[in-house]
Ligand binder design. Sequence first.
Ligand code: HEC
Length: 253
Amino acid sequence: MKKIVLITALSLSWIQAADNSQFSMSAADRAMYAEMLENNPADIFVAEGGEIFDEEIGEAAMAKFLGVSEKDLSKYIAGFPRYVKALDMVAGLDQVMQAILAQKGQEIPKLKSKKMFSMLAYVKSLANDEAINIDVNADEHIKASYALGEKTYNTPRGGRGLACLSCHSSATVGMALRTQILPNLGAVDAGGTWPAYRMTKSSLRTLQRRFQGCMKNALQAKLPIGSPEMVALEVYVTNMAKGKNIAIPGLKR
Ligand code: HEC
């Protein structure tokens, strides 16, 4: 623990306190953001994901695989990642879809494929307006995953000796790194607003894909999407926004 605190303090030397003037959006940017909020460019990917999902899987098959009634499916989705009995592991919704397709002997899209990102966005959007209800004490499996997520979040890695915590902690929230405000991942509802359209990447990205973006910036080797550490990070970060609403697709800088 001591080590982490020290590294956080070190990294603060190149993270500066935010001076509002340089970070406020220009009028043109603000207008574009407002327009995109009305009309999220990712809506089309969500719709496409829905078409694929309905054709290849469907809500009834998903509910059956998860052992819940179709009526309860959206609330259940709002608690992911969670322990999935049929897989005997803590899994994301994308991994659940892979497993269902495997069972049916159908082609399985890669976790990092655009097709899967669209399907994931659609399936998570089934829980729109539900509150995130992840329960990190529900069973031993999710408890272990949460602990792994916390460790992955807090442990420095890579060339700059940075951890997620170095930039996303109560000590650094609101400060800025190269004109970007360091967000509190709970307050911005990261767990409820990804998959999101990333304006700077002009594409639909998932939460784990976003984690990889930060890993790259922090000179850390990217952990693979769907690895136990990544699912655990998703558990840990989603729990920060517990109780907040799900609103997919999000819209991010
Ligand atoms: C060097 C500092 C730094 C490190 C280390 C870092 N991040 Fe970030 N992160 C940022 C900044 C800055 C942003 C906001 C960028 C923007 O506005 O586009 C961000 C954004 C995010 C977001 C999106 C928040 C939203 O708006 O929904 C997530 C999620 C995230 N980081 C997770 C992580 C995780 C997980 C780690 C550890 C693997 C990590 N970050 C490590 C600086 C960092």
